[in-house]
Design a binder for this molecule. Structure first.
Ligand code: SF4
Length: 515
């Protein structure tokens, strides 16, 4: 380890997993996978290294029978057509064709075997992609504005900044042993396209007059995160010039690494340290590490569009358009991704973009080519004009593949969205998020209607059920949703949501929105 951290001085209060990380850095498991486990097979993997697989971006899939899921980091959610094709081919060769878009703009495979991993790592690397540190106690995929560079509503194109920060952290052993996962968001979009408030460290657009000139840069927020105890990130009183983003990121991550809690894993996220210290003490420590920074300027976030982009929209470049497509509950496949890559190359800017709402965008489409793109076979399912509820339904992986899940989510979410589309008419889009356990990968807390899986006892035994919460929103009026009383059987969710939405529709005031 290349640094000396405060927590190393006293190991008496470390949780069990800290000793696993100290004994062998999580990143070292990548070599062991390549040299040993891929040759000797699933049964040769001891428990400690299985837990370190996360640093390779790999988790055991449910049931534990030798299959794995893998996440691939997609910086800012922007991949080239060549990268998309490689992702598709790996999915076809090893992942039974399933390709999921996650709520952190990453790509997720299932059904992988340990024998396949070296070839997958290699093939990803050939196109500049990595699964490494997409999971684990380290800086994970950096989310950003998927419209970066083409966005009429961005103050600054953040693609290069995200790449710079990503390249600094990826495989960096100074920061590969953090107390828990660490999530960053960097966006210049004024509608909070990268969901700042639920990240450990977020950069949002801001300006400040310095030496008589208006400078475009960022404000930062720290200590956000969901799970069982959700926290909104808190603003810190600094203004960050674009060239200082990496320096500030290193400062914040150093605080987390050295002062973050390592005693109880469920209290190890940065949000607990920020809640205890408060923004002032946090700024004091940050200043000690990186030096004085200018104080806050003018915040430029004006609202929140929940990272939804369906339809055809003009870009900031005259005569060009982006098309927001719906990926029902975030699940696509190799054929579709290849077809999107072909369209991106033939008609657009050669990029395929993923969003935090689990959807996909194509961009750079000239005005006179839009109709041709809209007629493409792949856009008939991944449509820019989705049904109302299907367009706003998000789901985590659930117990189809996830070992932590209490209930099934993805297929249920798809069925419920279809049911609502067939049975409820509403002039307003309502966002519905499903999660299979309190870890909240499907970001239930920020949904208009959030559904969290649990179990209830019935005469027939334990059955899937959901707790319902309503009214989540980010942006200037950010608040997590509030739980409703009671718990609803999984089979009744469609009907209960129909009644809830119809009740709202009948009772709302003329200017009132669901939120
Ligand atoms: Fe698994 Fe829970 Fe995350 Fe869903 S929210 S993917 S069930 S850990």
């Amino acid at each position: 380890m290349a640094y000396e951290a405060v927590w190393m001085n006293d190991t008496s209060k470390l949780n069990k997993f800290e000793f696993v990380k100290m004994e062998k850095d999580g990143l070292d498991v990548i070599r062991t996978i390549i040299e040993k486990y891929s040759k000797e097979g699933y049964s040769s993997i001891p428990e400690d290294d299985m837990n370190r697989f996360k640093w390779a971006g790999v988790y055991e899939q449910k049931p534990r029978d030798g299959h794995f899921m893998m996440r691939i980091r997609i910086n800012t959610g922007i991949m080239t057509a060549a990268q998309a094709r490689m992702i598709a081919s790996i999915g076809r060769d090893y992942g039974r064709d399933l390709i999921d878009v996650t709520t952190r703009q990453a790509i997720q495979y299932h059904w992988l075997k340990v024998e396949d991993l070296p070839d997958i790592f290699n093939r990803l690397e050939q196109v500049g992609l990595y699964s490494f540190e997409a999971c684990g106690d380290c800086p994970r995929t950096i989310v950003g504005n998927p419209l970066a560079g083409i966005d009429k509503d961005e103050l600054i194109d953040t693609v290069d900044i995200v790449n710079e920060v990503n390249d600094f952290y990826l495989m960096n052993r100074d920061f590969s042993n953090l107390p828990r996962k660490y999530k960053m968001s960097i966006s210049g979009n004024v509608y909070n396209n990268a969901l700042a408030e639920i990240n450990d460290l977020a950069y949002i657009p801001a300006t400040k007059v310095i030496d008589g000139e208006e400078v475009i840069g960022f404000h930062i927020m720290v200590g956000g995160g969901l799970s069982a105890k959700p926290h909104m990130a808190k603003p810190i009183d600094i203004f960050v010039r674009p060239e200082d983003v990496l320096k500030v990121s290193i400062g914040v991550t150093t605080i987390f690494r050295d002062y973050g809690y390592r005693e109880k894993r469920h209290q190890a996220r940065l949000k607990y340290l920020v809640a205890d210290w408060g923004p002032e003490k946090f700024l004091e420590k940050l200043t000690e590490i990186i030096g004085e920074m200018p104080s806050r300027g003018e915040d430029k976030t004006v609202g929140w569009q929940a990272a939804y982009f369906d339809g055809v929209h003009p870009q900031k470049q005259e005569g060009l358009n982006y098309i927001g497509l719906n990926v029902p509950v975030g699940r696509t496949n190799s054929d579709e991704l290849e077809q999107l890559a072909d369209l991106a190359e033939k008609y657009g800017d050669g990029k395929v973009r993923t969003t935090m709402s689990q959807n996909i965008l194509l961009a750079g489409i000239p005005d006179d080519k839009v109709e041709e793109v809209l007629a493409a076979p792949v856009l008939q399912r991944l449509t820019p004009n989705p049904e109302h509820f299907m367009s706003r339904t998000v789901s985590c992986t659930g117990n189809e593949f996830c070992n932590l899940a209490v209930v099934e989510t993805k297929e249920r979410a798809r069925i419920v969205a279809n049911y609502l589309d067939e049975n409820v008419k509403l002039d307003e889009k309502i966002r519905i998020h499903f999660i299979g356990c309190p870890n909240a990968c499907g970001q239930k807390h920020i949904a208009d209607i959030g559904l969290q899986g649990s179990l209830i006892k019935t005469p027939e035994g334990m059955v899937d059920a959901f707790d319902i919460a309503v009214g989540g929103i980010l942006g200037p009026n950010a608040q997590f949703n509030s739980p409703l009383k009671g718990r609803v059987k999984g089979d009744n969710i469609g009907d209960v949501l129909k009644q809830l939405i119809e009740f709202y529709k009948a009772q709302r005031n003329p200017e009132e929105t669901f939120n």
